[in-house]
Design a binder for this molecule. Structure first.
Ligand code: 13P
Length: 271
């Protein structure tokens, strides 16, 4: 696929397996068509329980390279007696391509540290999966002008750990900037804040070892109403979407709006 956008649907714990599987069965053809027409790669991240069924559905269609499946978390450990955990190797075996790590809900609920996020990232890279590493500051950190400092610390721990990987292999990574105050609030930061923050994140990752390709995502109240504003931020290459991704109509509107902007681009270039 030529250069494309990424749309990651984080369904969190909102649907039951039957609902997740039905969503994909019902909308599969239309989703793949919309993804093709808008040159978007869609990654669906359902609960762990549905991954296997959905992955089979997706892989049975060999012409589909636009729709893939991801998980919402993984273990820091490779294998062993870790009750309740799921390893990167298991996720790779059942057909995942991407895995979200360091989501603020996980950092908050389970006191997940930057080092644990880095260990999960390593596990995923070793097993050929693309980590979607979430970073973001809280409202009070933003108010006290600490956004960049917090993000730098989150990024530095991951980079330091990546130094331990073999430099012979080159890895893919997604970084999702999800400010905590934007998640589920209906509000997104200003374009000026986003331009500045993404510039900062990109500078911090400029010398990341062993990373071939970094895709920069924004997450936090992304929906079809916010997209026209978000699309103005040139550094954003895709979105990590929560609530809006539970609605097929919202997904359709977002993907359709990219088709419109894509055709605008082409006609401008042809003039
Ligand atoms: P919302 O899109 O519901 O704000 O959630 C964002 C998010 O947490 C995605 O990971």
């Amino acid at each position: 696929m030529e250069s494309h956008r990424l749309l990651v649907a984080n369904w969190k714990m909102n649907l039951r397996p039957s609902e997740e599987i039905n969503f994909v069965k019902k909308h599969y053809d239309r989703l793949v068509n919309l993804a093709k027409q808008s040159n978007t790669q869609i990654v669906l991240c359902p609960t762990f329980l549905s991954i296997m069924s959905i992955a089979k559905n997706i892989s049975s269609n060999s012409t589909n390279t636009y729709l893939s499946i991801g998980a919402q978390d993984c273990s820091t450990r490779a294998i062993g007696s870790f009750t309740g955990q799921i390893s990167a190797a298991c996720l790779a075996e059942i057909g995942c391509t991407h895995v979200i790590v360091g989501h603020s809900e996980e950092r908050r609920a389970h006191k997940e540290s930057n080092l644990q996020v880095a260990h999960k990232t390593i596990q995923l890279l070793i097993h050929g999966l693309t980590p979607i590493v979430c970073i973001g500051e809280s409202a009070s950190e933003k108010q006290t002008s600490r956004s960049k400092e917090v993000l730098s610390t989150q990024i530095k721990t991951v980079i330091d750990t990546l130094n331990k990987l073999s430099s012979a292999r080159r890895y893919n990574l997604c970084i999702a900037y999800e400010p905590l105050y934007a998640i589920g609030s209906g509000n997104v930061p200003t374009t000026e804040h986003l331009e500045e923050i993404f510039g900062h994140i990109m500078r911090e990752l400029r010398n990341a070892p062993s990373i071939k390709n970094i895709t920069y995502l924004y997450g936090g109240s992304v929906n079809s109403r916010q997209l026209p504003m978000l699309k103005k931020v040139s550094k954003i290459q895709g979105y990590l979407v929560g609530n809006a991704s539970l609605s097929f109509q919202e997904m359709e509107k977002m993907l359709t709006s990219w088709m419109v902007s894509r055709s605008n681009c082409i006609s401008r270039a042809e003039k």
